[in-house]
Design a protein around this ligand. Structure first.
Ligand code: BES
Ligand code: ZN
Ligand code: ZN
Length: 477
């Protein structure tokens, strides 16, 4: 884990990043006359990003792009930080400092964030883990001391993102539903929030028909995890409720998925649940004055001998019936029970996160999150703003009534699949039948998992959702 540390003044002879403007003078920075000449030439030639190998350290210069501001500028600095981190690791440096001549500390923090996020590795299963581990461990930021809280909070959000990434990267051979719940309990203990895990008997007693049906093909029991962070100084009386899809592995059930580029990475199908626990960690560690509840229904989805069959009719926790016509549309079934369960909190707002549909991934790829919901426009705008701040951008799709018609069943209250079109929306329309409060649905099927390292998003689980929700909840607190 890389830590971002505040330093009141520049440190001598460690690797350094300078964020600068085109007009910045670089004398007084321990550059030799030859190096200085090189830098000035390059900058004159409009070079935006330089690196000098001074043999005992790397010296980077990043010229701020004047055409960029706000979210685009921050993102360009995170990306720069990611590529610098990889160079520092290649040269086995353990420390770096960031100096900033642009007059805005948030530029320093964005670059540091990109470095720290990029530096994450999942080496648990590697024999040579020690050898392969990245060397970089401290990022010193030379910023105003007023930034101390911002730095602490940023570290917590990065740690929360790592928690989510690690959980997504864990294969189901380790991360069963019960193990996932144990991990959430451990996170609750370390961050200071309450965790309660419902076992199969309790889930049966609650009549969570969706979760139980998906679990029928499994050899292992389902769980339902309730996390509660309720500080005494919370500003809100009714909680924000976060619901995360916790399908620890999705084979598609009897509607079996093909292996290549499909089932082979379906350990990622608890990415929504991972984002919820990562967010709970970040807000609790930062002691934000906000009341938040996290709900994660968890199971694997398998074609076991007792597996639910296409054509079955299920009775959900709220009493509605569902004609299950595709065993691979399981996420909405377990989420529906969790969304119904959330009603008891009279939530200020409920947000569910789920790797729910291939259609969402096909629509916008990994470049953003497909969103829809019933929250008011002001709330939606705040969420979109947070999405832009952290570059986990939201693309809103409509929940028009006509899409609901596609879910009509001949024999039950609804079916669990729509037609050949608008797959991401019909999944959302399905969920909408189980809410009675302001609600948003984030389909993260596109951005939850990468197949090769993507800038600072890492390789494998990205932890998408943690930074977005942490930013949003911080601004609501
Ligand atoms: N877990 C998948 C969705 C998914 C796809 C997640 C790609 C991550 C990457 C989900 O349970 C699923 O299989 N959805 C089906 C729904 C369909 C049968 C209506 C899909 O999208 O094909
Ligand atoms: Zn599925
Ligand atoms: Zn799934």
């Amino acid at each position: 884990m890389t830590t971002i540390k505040h330093s009141p003044k520049a440190l001598k002879s460690i690797s350094t990043v300078v964020i600068a403007n085109k007009a910045t003078k670089f004398d007084g920075l321990d550059l030799s006359p030859a190096e200085l000449k090189y830098v000035n030439q390059k900058i004159k030639a409009d070079e935006k990003s330089l690196v000098i190998n001074q043999f005992n350290r790397l010296f980077f210069i990043k010229i701020k792009d004047d055409k960029k501001s706000g979210s685009a500028l921050a993102e360009s600095l995170r990306i720069e930080g990611a590529s610098q981190a990889s160079m520092l690791n290649k040269h086995k440096y353990t420390e770096v400092q960031i100096l900033n001549y642009t007059g805005d500390d948030s530029n320093t923090l964005a670059l540091a964030e990109g470095m720290a996020l990029a530096n994450h590795q999942f080496l648990k299963y590697r024999k040579e883990a020690k050898k392969e581990a990245n060397s970089l461990s401290s990022i010193h930021v030379i910023v105003d001391k007023k930034q101390a809280t911002a730095i602490a909070e940023l570290n917590h959000v990065i740690e929360g993102t790592m928690i989510a990434r690690n959980l997504v990267n864990e294969p189901q051979s380790y991360l069963t539903a019960e193990q996932f719940s144990k991990e959430m309990q451990a996170v609750g203990k370390s961050a200071g929030f309450r965790v309660e895990v419902f076992n199969k008997a309790k889930i049966k007693a609650l009549k969570m028909g969706g979760l139980l049906a998906v679990n029928m093909g499994s050899q292992l029991p389902p769980t339902f995890t309730v996390m509660e962070y309720k500080p005494k100084n919370a500003k809100n009386k009714n909680p924000y409720v976060l619901v995360g899809k916790g399908v620890v592995y999705d084979t598609g059930g009897l509607s079996l998925k093909p292996t290549g580029n499909s089932m082979d990475y379906m350990k990622c199908d608890m990415g929504g649940g991972a984002a919820v626990v990562g967010t709970m960690y970040a807000i609790a560690k930062s002691k934000l004055p906000i009341y938040v509840v996290g709900l994660v229904p968890a199971t694997d989805n398998r074609p076991g001998e007792n597996a639910y069959c296409p054509g079955d009719v299920l009775t959900m926790m709220d009493g509605q019936t569902v004609e299950m016509l595709n065993a691979d549309a399981e996420g909405r079934l377990i989420l529906a029970d969790a969304l119904h369960y959330a009603k008891r909190y009279k939530p200020e707002l409920t947000i569910d996160l789920a790797t729910l549909t291939g259609a969402a991934a096909a629509a916008i790829g990994g470049y953003g999150i497909v969103a829809m919901g019933t929250a008011d426009e002001a709330m939606k705008n705040k969420l979109k703003e947070s999405g832009n701040n952290v570059y986990e951008r939201l693309v809103e799709l409509p929940l028009w009534d006509e899409y609901g018609d596609l879910l009509k069943s001949d024999i039950a209250d609804m079916k669990n699949i729509g037609g050949p079109v608008a797959g991401a929306i019909t999944a959302g329309k399905f969920l909408q039948k189980f809410i009675d409060y302001p609600w948003m649905h984030f389909d993260i099927a596109g951005p939850a998992f990468t197949h090769k390292a993507d800038k600072y998003r890492g390789n494998g689980g990205t932890g998408v959702g943690v930074r977005l929700l942490s930013d949003f909840l911080k601004r609501q607190s």
